[in-house]
Design a protein around this ligand. Structure first.
Ligand SMILES: Nc1ncnc2c1ncn2[C@@H]1O[C@H](COP(=O)(O)OP(=O)(O)OP(=O)(O)O)[C@@H](O)[C@H]1O
Ligand SMILES: [Mg+2]
Length: 454
């Protein structure tokens, strides 16, 4: 699908500049020279991005943005503004404007980058909306972001394995989404209506884990106050997820192997053979193969549970997933805490995209949760996210002074454009206001491309 951009600017020079910058096979650029036309275009199509000039012949770009934002809160918009109005633009960023660009444009790469970022955010928002719609149909399945090719492959594997009822081994660093994938497999299997029982083998002592898995009769051990069925039984007709399987002691590994071979087991303190129909999914944040080599995990058990293996890549190996995940979490915590914060500020986006995220998706989720709690309104900053390097972006690019010619051109364009606006497009009147002869005035504005736009 083509990317559709609406440019609202009465200045033909700016229009030409953006046409040159954006015209390509994938982008359709529509232009409007005033608020009235922009409004009509906005109602007639669905734009991926709106770029608005601040000063328009029949109103302000900011007011127009506010109108669009009220109607379509996720509309990506960029404001083009002069130095004089930069404060208003900064304020608008607090109210949902994606970013602003100051005129005269001195750095076309920066322009391109801001536009690309806005389009990227738009795509991510649209994906999440689409995801919610498709997932609505499999009740219970978690929302899984998979923009990257590697995650797409993981999901394809999960979808393939789900209906087959085979054992699945999910490997991946902590926080990469192993549980999410296990839930997805369960939700897409014929056991979806059955229970999904999860137990973390690393969180319990050997005897407690054994009692939890096998169940026990009253009095089987000190503290066994009443007869309790174990997870094997509870997972009957559903799925059993053994998390951190590498933490299972050798003794329990042997017992588990027996259950898998014989399909029967007994509760602690009982000799009655019981059976249960559960599908086993195991997860680990270590390499099970390495544990086998090191002799800490039984080879025979490894082959039993490793029928289909799914490896979840760490977040740093799939940077395309970062912003879509961040947006999903932002939406989630916004509604959970009932706070209308965001969007993410430009600095925050840049840092999030390149951070190492050693705690993977869970770390990102926690950072966004923290940001939503801390943020006092407006865009989410690095400080809100608890990320280092929270230097505010300087609103006016003063680092590189403009060459005189460019600075003069920028000034002249703004100056003459304002004059023309003031004079209602009447060149003679504008020349009079400037204290210049009409022809002289014309000679100034003609090379600036202000004649056709007036
Ligand atoms: N692709 C994804 N899309 C949406 N949410 C995700 C995704 N991956 C992970 N999450 C979320 O990130 C958090 C961590 O995921 P999960 O608990 O599945 O990780 P894990 O690999 O099981 O971690 P651990 O090894 O620490 O148990 C969860 O809140 C989960 O909902
Ligand atoms: Mg987990």
């Amino acid at each position: 699908m083509k990317t559709e951009i609406l440019l609202v600017d009465d200045d033909s020079y700016t229009r030409r500049l953006f046409e040159g910058l954006l015209r390509s096979g994938e982008t359709a650029l529509q232009t409007a020279a005033d608020v009235a036309h922009a409004r009509r275009a906005f109602h007639e199509s669905d734009f991926n991005l709106v770029i608005l000039d601040q000063r328009l012949p029949d109103g302000s770009g900011l007011d127009l943005f506010a109108e669009m934002h009220a109607e379509r809160p996720q509309q990506m918009a960029i404001l083009i503004t002069g130095f004089a109005d930069v404060r208003d633009a900064m304020r608008a960023v607090r109210d949902g404007l994606f970013d602003y660009l100051t005129k005269p444009f001195t750095n076309l790469d920066e322009l391109r980058t801001v536009i690309d970022r806005a389009l990227e955010m738009d795509r991510a928002y649209r994906e999440i909306v689409a995801l919610r719609e498709t997932l609505g149909t499999f009740a219970g399945g978690p929302i899984i972001v998979s923009r990257s090719a590697v995650m797409e492959r993981v999901l394809a594997q999960a979808r393939q394995a789900a209906p087959l009822d085979t054992k699945v081994l999910i490997e991946g660093e902590s926080g990469t989404g192993k549980e999410v994938i296990a839930k997805q497999i369960h939700a897409l299997s014929r056991r979806a209506k059955g229970p999904l029982m999860e137990i973390n083998c690393g969180a319990l002592s050997e005897s407690l884990l054994e009692a939890s898995l096998f169940g026990y009769e009253k009095g089987a051990f000190t503290g066994a106050g009443k007869t309790t069925p174990g997870y094997f039984e509870e997972a009957d007709g559903g799925t059993l997820l053994l998390d951190e399987i590498t933490d299972m002691s050798p003794k329990l590994q042997a017992s588990l192997l027996r259950v898998l071979q014989e399909h029967t087991f007994t509760r602690l303190g009982s000799t009655a053979q019981r059976s249960s129909d559960f599908r086993l999914i195991c997860a680990t944040n270590r390499s099970l193969e390495a544990e086998v080599k090191a002799g800490t995990f039984r080879t025979d058990l490894f082959y039993r549970i490793n029928v289909v293996a799914i490896r979840l890549p760490p977040l740093r190996e799939r940077p395309e997933d970062i912003m879509p995940l961040a947006l999903l979490f932002l939406e989630h915590f916004r509604s959970k805490f009932g706070k209308s914060v965001g969007p993410f500020g430009a600095d925050a986006i840049a840092s999030m995209e390149t951070a190492p995220w050693t705690g993977n998706v869970r770390e990102l989720r926690n950072a966004v949760e923290r940001a939503v709690v801390i943020n006092g309104g407006g865009p989410i900053t690095l400080a809100d996210l608890g990320m280092p390097g929270g230097l505010a972006r300087s609103p006016i690019p003063v680092a590189r002074p403009l060459p005189y010619r460019e600075a003069r051109e920028g000034f002249e364009r703004e100056y003459f454009k304002n004059l023309l606006q003031l004079a209602g497009g009447n060149i003679s009147e504008a020349a009079r206001l400037a204290g210049l002869a009409r022809q002289n005035f014309y000679n100034h504005i003609e090379p600036l491309g202000l004649v056709s736009g007036s």
